[in-house]
Design a protein. Structure first.
Length: 498
């Protein structure tokens, strides 16, 4: 893609912002087939395989605990699909559903309801419902192709239309085993058993091939080392961690929903500006929005990996946009470039879907990041339009070179919300924190320190509600600056700006 200057970079004046972040987790409303690989249960549950159910009647109540006295979280109508990761014993109940009255004390532990993650909807890891109110549709297991050339077909027969040919190691989600036409293959022998498959490498067959399921000869697949019917594919386990040694390798792993832990080998990596979307650009956009499993991208040792801009102007090191979600980036340094009126790390700004549930930890901006001191419009972390939300930044250190305006910049509507910044350390910017947008809301910046800001530590022209700075101090930094008066939505708690 040819280079272009992002819309956010054209605006004059300060911009950006931060919010209080929720723990990263799923926030996509997508088909149930696609979401089936991202569930909250952390351990195998011997009583129940990871399974999909459907409600048998209206009025099915989801509760916070397996008890009729616990908080009611939602009520489902007939025909709603859920994913249960366990069947547990709880309080006694009596229910009437679809003309049948039942009693018991068994409850389904549910992590997905109507295609939505319950943590996102209700703020809890799981909800519970009486087991008699559901009909089971199918259970799921996870397999991988045992050899190259494994064909997926529209029916359980070698005469079925071929939709794909898999390479060895390709992962699939199996939702059933059926008897079909006979088959024979070098790596699998011969048989008449076929797997019914609804996901390939974490992507639904409906999105890949336009059909709800495909079929593969059973003998051509083998179990994953992490294969257990009740395992939680959203929890890193054996077989879900990879080590990469290049930016293209990192991006390939990030697009693979079955990988939940990406270790970037120590070293310096040349990155092209993110907005160029080159093969070595860290443009984290729609290509990764379809993930259903949270993922961590981490330096082999914290601070051991540097993303180097090669002196580029603009230097966009890392951009989150267009629905990217549920990612943690830990331990990276950024060096050698000029942001050019935007940021080294950018959230939004392109009129696309918001990024959300992103965590940055142990991020460092080095002195080789510089700006034109005559403009002073370059920033380190920039929150622009598109309403990114649920962002967490911890242990962020910024010691840039000459001319950089801010460590945190908020500008253009709709801006960030639900942002938390903790333990930020800033030295030598013009203004460490700049907030110039009234849609910024629900932001907490705490336990942070600022030194040697050239103009002021805090520059705020406008905010929305509940923007709080707590235990933030500055020295030799000019204090605060409110060009329009202190906004009503801004609170300073136990802060000292000098």
């Amino acid at each position: 893609m040819s280079a272009f200057v992002p819309r956010l970079a054209l605006a004059a004046g300060p911009s950006a912002g931060r919010r209080r972040a929720a723990l990263p987790f799923l926030l996509l409303v997508i088909s149930l087939a696609l979401i089936l690989t991202a569930f909250e249960a952390a351990r195998p549950a011997p009583a129940l395989a990871l399974s999909t159910f459907v409600t048998k009647c209206d009025g099915v109540v989801l509760r916070s605990r397996p008890s009729t006295s616990s908080t009611k979280m939602a009520t489902l109508s007939k025909g709603i699909k859920v994913v249960a990761v366990d069947k547990v014993s709880g309080g006694s109940w009596r229910s009437t559903c679809a003309g049948t009255t039942a009693t018991g004390s068994s409850w389904y532990k549910i992590t997905v309801a109507n295609g939505k993650d319950v943590r996102t909807r209700f703020g809890v890891s799981a909800v519970y419902a009486k087991s008699s109110l559901f009909k089971k549709l199918y259970s799921m297991t996870y397999k991988k192709a045992a050899c190259d050339g494994v064909n997926l077909r529209t029916s359980a027969s070698t005469s079925g239309t071929k939709k794909a040919s898999l390479a060895a190691g390709t992962r699939v989600t199996v939702i059933g085993t059926v008897t079909g036409g006979s088959w024979s293959a070098g790596c699998g022998g011969n048989d008449t058993s076929w797997y019914k498959i609804n996901q390939v490498n974490g992507k639904s067959t409906s999105s890949l091939y336009g059909v709800s399921a495909v079929y593969g000869a059973k003998g051509l697949f083998t179990s994953l080392s992490s294969d257990a019917p009740t395992s939680n594919p959203a929890t890193p386990s054996t077989g879900t961690s990879v080590r990469v040694t290049s930016i293209p390798g990192l991006l390939t792993a990030l697009a693979d929903n079955t990988i939940t832990d990406i270790v970037v080998a120590n070293g310096t990596y040349r990155v092209s500006p993110a907005s160029y979307q080159a093969s070595n650009s860290l443009w984290i956009g729609s290509k990764f929005a379809g993930r259903t499993a949270p993922v961590t991208v981490r330096a082999e040792t914290r601070g051991g990996v540097t993303f180097d801009g090669g002196g580029a102007s603009p230097f966009g090191g890392l951009t989150f946009v267009d629905g990217a979600h549920d990612q943690t980036w830990d331990g990276f340094r950024f060096a050698n470039g000029r942001p050019l009126q935007t940021g080294v790390i950018v959230f939004g700004g392109y009129g696309l879907a918001p990024a959300h549930h992103i965590t940055l930890r142990n991020i460092t901006m080095l002195p080789s990041i510089v700006s034109d001191p005559t403009t002073n419009k370059d920033h380190l972390i920039y929150f622009s339009s598109d309403a990114a939300h649920d962002i967490l930044i911890e242990d962020y250190t910024a010691t840039p070179g000459a001319g950089v305006q801010s460590a945190l910049q908020f500008h253009h509507s709709p801006n960030v919300y639900n942002l938390t910044v903790r333990r930020m350390h800033v030295v030598g910017t013009q203004s460490a924190i700049v907030i110039y947008d009234g849609t910024v809301h629900d932001v907490l910046i705490e336990d942070s320190d600022i030194r040697d800001a050239r103009d002021d530590a805090l520059n705020v022209a406008a905010t929305g509600a509940n923007v709080v700075l707590r235990n933030v101090t500055s020295v030799n930094s000019g204090g605060t600056y409110y060009p329009n008066g202190k906004p009503a939505g801004l609170s300073l708690v136990n802060c000292s700006f000098q």
